[in-house]
Design a protein. Structure first.
Length: 172
């Protein structure tokens, strides 16, 4: 350690700001450096003289009166009301969380989302297959397929789900 650093650490030690680890390092340096040891003794002596002969620093009369005046202006009930307000706010917040949490836990499960157009088309086609009209049986396979497609288009239009790309993909 160099002497310049040791002297700054001596001042920190005197004010109580030097860490324990650095105090040990400073002590090792002071054991071998007479100049720094002398400097430390001078600082200790000057500090002792200053504290013995200088009055202790106290707040001014004006500061004391200002603090006392402001303390007298504070009404004791004001603090109590604030504490009650804070306690009520916390209680209401806890009640709100409990109600919302309970409502979420007690809500019935949501029904499944409505199936997409592909599912609707399959369902419509199944209805056509299960309940064909009388004339449906008398036709050949190509015309039955055309009837199914037309019925599917018509039902999809009713549902508002007609999409030509979807129709081409599913029906053809």
């Amino acid at each position: 350690m160099n002497c310049e650093k040791a002297r700054s650490w001596i001042l920190l030690e005197q004010s109580g700001e030097l860490s324990a680890m650095n105090s040990r390092r400073l002590a090792r340096h002071l054991a071998v450096c007479t100049d720094c040891s002398r400097y430390r003794n001078d600082v200790l002596r000057l500090t002792r003289l200053a504290t013995e002969h200088l009055p202790a620093e106290e707040p001014s009369e004006e500061t004391i009166h200002r603090i006392l005046d402001s303390a007298e202006k504070v009404r004791p009930g004001r603090l109590i009301r604030y504490q009650w307000f804070a306690a009520r706010a916390v209680a209401w917040a806890a009640l709100f969380v409990a109600i919302v949490g309970g409502a979420i836990l007690l809500m019935p499960e949501q029904p499944e989302k409505r199936a997409g157009p592909e599912h609707n088309l399959s369902a419509i086609m199944a209805v056509v297959d299960e309940n064909p009209p009388e004339e449906y049986h008398s036709r050949d396979a190509a015309s039955r397929l055309e009837i199914e497609r037309e019925l599917g288009r018509h039902l999809l239009r009713i549902e508002g789900l007609l999409d030509e790309d979807l129709m081409a993909e599913v029906l053809l």
